[in-house]
Design a binder for this molecule. Structure first.
Ligand SMILES: Cc1cc2nc3c(=O)[nH]c(=O)nc-3n(C[C@H](O)[C@H](O)[C@H](O)COP(=O)(O)OP(=O)(O)OC[C@H]3O[C@@H](n4cnc5c(N)ncnc54)[C@H](O)[C@@H]3O)c2cc1C
Length: 406
């Protein structure tokens, strides 16, 4: 068994399990707080997957603070308008100046981006900052109250704090927090398709896919959201429906045929989109049990990202919550100059993030129930949730909490 050494001329050695979006974000935040971050990722190399992702102002204000604007600028889209439609295509509301409204109100923009481009950008920033990233390094155990990790090949590594960011199917969460239940399947099936804009010839659809916008269709039978990614070269569509059947055939052709049937009574533009589909995926949404309310004193590990609070995607907050986790931890660790101060920061992190996660879980549940409401009512409730979520400034909240000692 080899003991891997992590050299640090700075203050703390922070070991991060998982090199996904949240693990990389945490590495950036911890390094900017002048500590040493080392990432252990199970995969043999960076392998981002997925399609579109939305970053609302609570997330973009963090990315901007980390110096990500220049890196992401070529690949993000800033939706200028926001349209809400009923499932049959009737326009319910139009926010024509959405981009300006958002910046005016929340002091930070709303972005859409390909998940792969975002992860590649975070990886680049982490590397520029000198973060060590070990691939093919699956962590099997966290020991000594969180100061040591063990890899499946037997190697060990000692640090001052371990951040577990190993995703929805986290094995370490089960081991450390006794959260015995695995993610539970929900009644929702999720489809993700990407439309190749170069293959679109229908005039009406061309106008839609060539306009930077966020377009949502909502009704009792389903929830659809579409927006451009890859600086407008692709248009991504997320479809969520209640469906308890088996996943069935997952080939591109089969998923497209299935969606054709689903879209039959909906806005006809959705069927037109299927004519230019580049990729399609389908999976059952799962829900992770709520995060643990207490940590034991002296434990030097924390959860971050989806393994902490995997959310159903109705409010598109999975990524943003992971960024908030990373920012909160970075802000709190910015006050820590020796390991004796670490327990206070760990307890505060947990209190702040569990409270926030529980609140967002409540809002997600309320939003999901309100999908049944008539359109006007639905809009009112979603604006309330939006204010609460988008106005959150993770750095400010953590600074205030640290100063007032909660
Ligand atoms: C298709 C799709 C669309 C989404 N859209 C949005 C959106 O619009 N807005 C939004 O805010 N969120 C969205 N989300 C959610 C968002 O992508 C997730 O919340 C986010 O990826 C979580 O990041 P994470 O780092 O916690 O987990 P992951 O990205 O799952 O990363 C976990 C990493 O840990 C590694 N790992 C696992 N076990 C170990 C181990 N034992 N040792 C070492 N490494 C390990 C894995 O290989 C993986 O790289 C979407 C998710 C999906 C799948």
């Amino acid at each position: 068994m080899t003991e891997l050494s992590v050299s640090s001329s700075t203050r703390l050695n922070v070991l991060i399990v998982g090199g996904g979006l949240c693990g990389l974000a945490t590495a950036i935040s911890v390094t900017l707080a002048e500590h040493k971050a080392t990432v252990f990722e199970a995969a043999s190399r960076s392998h981002p997957f997925g399609s579109g992702i939305q970053s609302s102002p609570n997330g973009t204000r963090i990315l901007s603070r980390w110096g990500m604007n220049e890196i992401l600028e070529p690949v993000i889209t800033v939706p200028e308008t926001f349209q809400l439609h009923s499932l049959n295509g009737e326009l319910v509301s139009l926010r024509e100046n959405f981009a300006q409204e958002v910046v005016k109100k929340y002091k930070s923009p709303f972005w859409t981006v390909h998940r792969v481009d975002l992860q590649t950008g975070l990886l680049r920033r982490a590397r520029d900052l000198g973060v060590d990233i070990h691939y093919s390094s699956r962590v099997s155990k966290v020991g000594n109250e969180g100061t040591t990790i063990q890899l499946t090949n037997g190697d060990t590594c000692r640090g001052d704090l371990v951040v577990i960011a190993d995703g929805t199917w986290s094995a370490l969460r089960l081991e450390l927090f006794g959260m015995t239940a695995n993610p539970q399947p929900t009644e929702y099936m999720c489809y993700r398709i990407t439309v190749d804009v170069a293959r679109v010839h229908d005039q009406e659809l061309l106008e839609i896919v060539n306009t930077p916008q966020c377009r949502t269709w909502i009704g009792p039978g389903g929830y659809v959201v579409g927006y451009p990614i890859r600086a407008g070269r692709l248009f991504c569509l997320q479809v969520i429906v209640k469906d308890n059947s088996n996943q069935g055939d997952l080939s591109l052709g089969a998923i497209t045929e299935e969606l054709k049937l689903r879209f039959e009574k909906w806005d006809r533009i959705l069927i037109t989109m299927l004519g230019a589909v580049q990729r399609a995926n389908k999976w059952r949404l799962v829900q992770v049990p709520p995060p643990p309310l207490e940590t034991s004193p002296g434990e030097m590990y924390v959860l971050a990202g989806d393994c902490y609070h995997s959310l159903l995607p109705f409010l598109a907050q999975g990524l943003n919550m992971g960024l908030e986790d990373a920012a909160t931890l970075g802000s709190l660790l910015g006050n820590v100059t020796s390991t004796t101060q670490l327990p206070k920061a760990v307890v505060m992190y947990h209190k702040l993030r569990t409270a926030r996660a529980m609140r967002i879980l409540e809002e997600t549940d309320a939003y999901r129930e309100n999908l049944q409401l008539t359109n006007g009512e639905h809009e009112k409730t979603s604006c309330k949730a939006q204010d609460l979520i988008w106005s959150y400034d993770a750095y400010k909240e953590a600074e205030v909490a640290y100063l007032t000692e909660l």
